[in-house]
Design a protein around this ligand. Structure first.
Ligand code: BGC
Ligand code: NOJ
Length: 811
């Protein structure tokens, strides 16, 4: 069942009922000011950091769901309704929510009045604009009242929901003309305030939540709206809000628009005040002056659309498969950009007060957006590398505002160092910019011990080489990519964090997954060494890679698939010897995509085992059989009920690894089958089962052991976005950046047909046509570049050349 449809022309998902199975959200903002906005106008806004600088209050886990947002109430006689349906839930005569790229548009009607709300964050200002257009489509003149409503968060979202003994006494506001200023804590340690304004004279306002809502009432039935009259309340402590009242006479057929602006203003320390106790509003007024007319709003909106258009134009495909086209050209890349902006901080599943930027997460996210925003990717790499320790290990997370490593969680996740090589290699292959490798980068943010980035990568590699266990496989430390496989943790008491409990870094537990990573990224490191002219170091790295390869085949092979790990007793994890958890997806995907066991015929066996034992109609499960008991020696992985999360869920992040591995073997049908099963556009039809947004990936879909088999959770902020984009764009469609130039070597399902790709790569635009007359799954027989035959399938990069026309023939 569907709750809407894709509009590919406008690059929008059109939701046609407010009653979606879960709130379906969108993100507004590209730089520093962001809003989450659901299909019923729920959500919240923050500046830079979702925890420390949150403008509006949101109630996670609220009943009813998804309450608090930016609400507009329309009072038409005795009927009160909202264009987004919530919070009054008055039945609408029509409803539509269009989530677009960086904006959302709601269009609804009731009793002959049509309301349309366009919300977006303009490119260069720290504000969100909501342009309301009201049209009286009835035959009689109407006297309406519009009420706006936002509830302020007292900035620190964590403190805001805990420290009531203080917070209920600190709230402060000012009101001038049609602007409400939220200035809690401005008097003492803050130099920022928030504003909510409308571009028309108002007929009343409220800034006290209690006055607006009335005793024991919620946002679904504000007393002020019911009475048709705001009370002009001035908040003092308790919960400050911002509500404007605008009385609107709307003749039959008439249309009027109103522009609401929610903004964030920072003042220099010595310009905080206009007069004693009165905040300096100059900057607020300057910003508001830019959004007073529809023409100004139209212009800002057009600029935003142009920005996204040029961004997404960097990789486009035109194939016979409209679902592939829409995911590649729009939604998958868009989600990659959202993971760039949010990392794992703020979604409807990440509360914005928890994890900051993950080391491994951010390095992997980079793989999905490096082609879109190479300059910002460069900066991100430097930020991440600056949190590395001198021995090559790394802080597992860092704070987005300070960019300092987070000592609460510390280090010891032994896959982290290698992801830095992955991200850097992707950046250099994409841009050809080797200057990043010689840039001095601090360790643990201490510039006095800085070293060139290349040296950081060497230490990443050496960390693994110097931390091997009894089988010459990498020690796992606290955990690897699967951070629920806590082999050294032994946590027996509730409340202990699996992620950080105990020393957690024993001398025995080993990871075959990290071994696969080492083979893949050790080779990418060697290529970077060659690029820098250091053949000796490249040879050393390749020797170590070979040793790891051999160790995997010797002790990491279980007969029909790769072993997952060795636990703290040196017992196998993910082996036929185990009662539960006999086979895991991660080493099958990663070892094969790294090329391990291909020539020995083991890779094919491993992938066949995946198909036989882990496949479902909704995707490939992370392990089987699910753990039905808690295993002290395995940790969190066995703490989830069977079928959920890391315990046999379909973890969408590593499905592309297996799909990529299939392309390494040239099996295009199977690679695409795996791609398709978790791809949102293909499962739109089962939205009542899948439940999360049909335009973005979720972290997890419940596996076959779960009660709610097929149900997804944790949409938006997941490494799935980057890896699925890498898979479809670089391996299935086959356009892969190498140091020498773009390689085009597709691996597609039979019957996929011819297709073309336009790809911006360095200074050039590449127009690539792929022909497949023999209907093969893989193989390039010939290539022409600008009409001339070129051997192989790598388009030689020519510095400064702006346009390339390529024809690839498969066969
Ligand atoms: C989740 C993981 C997550 C980890 C770190 C665990 O509870 O299952 O998916 O990576 O927490 O926050
Ligand atoms: C989510 C985390 O963000 C990521 O770092 C981890 O690799 C996966 N869960 C798998 O456990």
């Amino acid at each position: 069942m569907k709750y809407g449809h894709f509009d590919d022309v406008h690059q929008e998902y059109v939701i046609t009922t407010p009653k979606t199975p879960l709130p379906w959200i969108n993100y507004l903002g590209c730089n520093e000011f962001f809003s989450l906005i659901s299909n019923t106008c729920g959500g919240y806004t923050f500046y830079k950091d979702a925890k420390l600088l949150r403008l509006t209050r949101y109630r996670y886990n609220n009943v009813p769901a998804d309450i608090n947002g930016k609400y507009l109430y329309i009072k038409d006689g005795d009927t009160v309704w909202n264009p987004g349906w919530q919070p009054t839930k008055t039945e609408l005569d029509s409803y539509e929510c269009r989530h677009g790229i960086g904006y959302s548009r709601f269009t609804s009607s009731k009793n002959g009045v049509k309301a349309s709300v366009l919300s977006f964050v303009p490119l260069n200002d720290n504000c969100e604009i909501s342009q309301l257009t009201l049209t009286n489509g009835s035959s009689e003149d109407k006297k309406l009242s519009v009420f706006s409503y936002v509830e302020w968060c007292l900035w620190n979202a964590d403190d805001d929901m805990k420290n009531f003994q203080r917070n209920l006494s600190t709230g402060e506001v000012e009101v001038q003309d049609s602007t409400i200023y939220h200035k809690t804590e401005y008097r003492e340690r803050r130099n920022h305030y928030a504003i909510y304004s409308v571009n028309t004279k108002i007929d009343g306002f409220d800034t006290s939540r209690d006055a607006f809502l009335g005793a024991y009432r919620g946002a679904d039935s504000p007393e002020a709206v019911e009475n048709g009259k705001c009370t002009n309340s001035m908040a003092s402590g308790w919960s400050p809000i911002a509500s404007h009242q605008i009385n609107v006479d709307l003749a039959a057929g008439e249309t009027k628009t109103f522009i609401f602006v929610l903004g964030y203003i920072e003042n220099p320390e010595d310009e905080k005040w206009e007069s004693y106790g009165v905040i300096n509003k100059t900057r607020a007024k300057e910003m508001l002056a830019k959004y007073q007319t529809d023409a100004q709003v139209d212009e800002a909106f057009a600029a935003l659309q142009a920005y996204w258009k040029q961004l997404l134009a960097r990789y486009t495909v035109d194939s016979a498969d409209e679902k592939v086209n829409r995911m590649v050209n729009t939604w998958n890349q868009y989600q990659c950009m959202v993971t760039f902006n949010m990392s794992r901080s703020a979604s409807y599943y990440e509360s914005g007060i928890g994890r900051g930027m993950g080391f491994r997460d951010s390095c992997q996210d980079l793989l999905g957006f490096v082609h879109l925003i190479p300059d910002r990717a460069r900066e991100r790499i430097i930020d991440i590398a600056s949190t590395q320790f001198q021995d090559g290990s790394a802080y597992h997370q860092y704070q987005p505002l300070t960019k300092k490593g987070n000592s609460d969680i510390g280090s010891g996740f032994n896959d982290d160092p290698l992801w830095l090589i992955a991200g850097t290699s992707a950046y250099v292959r994409e841009t050809g910019d080797t200057s990043i490798l010689t840039q001095m980068v601090p360790f643990d943010n201490d510039m006095s011990v800085a070293a060139p980035l290349m040296d950081h990568l060497k230490r990443s590699l050496d960390y693994i080489i110097n931390h091997k266990g009894p089988h010459n496989l990498p020690l796992i430390g606290r955990a690897d990519w699967n951070d629920c496989l806590n082999l050294n943790c032994f946590s027996a008491h509730p409340g202990e964090s699996f992620q950080t409990f105990g020393p957690s870094e024993g001398p025995v537990a080993e990871s075959v997954f990290i071994a696969g990573m080492f083979v893949k990224y050790g080779e990418e490191y060697a290529q970077l060494c060659e690029l820098m002219g250091d053949d000796t170091e490249a040879a050393r790295a390749r020797k170590e890679v070979q040793a790891m390869y051999d160790a995997i085949l010797k002790d990491g092979w279980d007969g029909d698939w790769f072993v997952r790990a060795y636990d703290a007793y040196s017992h196998k994890v993910g082996s036929r010897e185990c009662r539960e958890g006999q086979i895991y997806i991660e080493p099958q995907g990663f070892c094969v995509l790294a090329g391990v066991g291909v020539k020995e015929g083991l890779a094919e066996k491993a992938l066949n085992s995946v198909k036989e034992r882990l496949d479902t109609k909704y995707g490939v499960m992370i392990l089987q059989p699910a753990y039905t008991e808690y295993h002290l020696e395995l940790g969190e992985v066995s703490s989830y009920p069977p079928g959920y999360k890391e315990n046999a869920g379909i973890f969408c992040h590593n499905n592309p690894w297996v799909s990529i591995a299939e392309t390494v073997l040239g099996r295009g049908d199977r690679a695409f089958e795996i791609y398709r099963k978790t791809c949102p556009a293909y499962i739109e039809d089962i939205s009542e089962i899948h439940r999360t947004e049909p335009y973005v990936y979720s972290q997890m879909v419940a596996g076959k052991d779960a009660k709610f088999y097929g149900e997804a959770k944790n949409s938006w902020l997941t490494g799935t976005a980057a890896w699925t984009f890498v898979n479809i764009s670089q391996y299935i469609l086959g356009v892969y950046p190498t140091h020498q130039g773009l390689s085009v070597d597709p691996c597609i399902p039979k019957g996929f047909g011819d297709f073309s790709i336009t790809r911006k790569f360095r200074e050039g635009i590449y127009h690539i046509q792929v022909k497949n007359p023999q209907n093969v799954e893989k193989g390039v027989v010939s290539m022409t570049v600008d009409g001339k035959a070129v051997d192989g399938h790598i388009i030689p990069y020519e510095k400064g050349k702006e346009e390339y026309n390529i024809v690839i023939t498969m066969g």
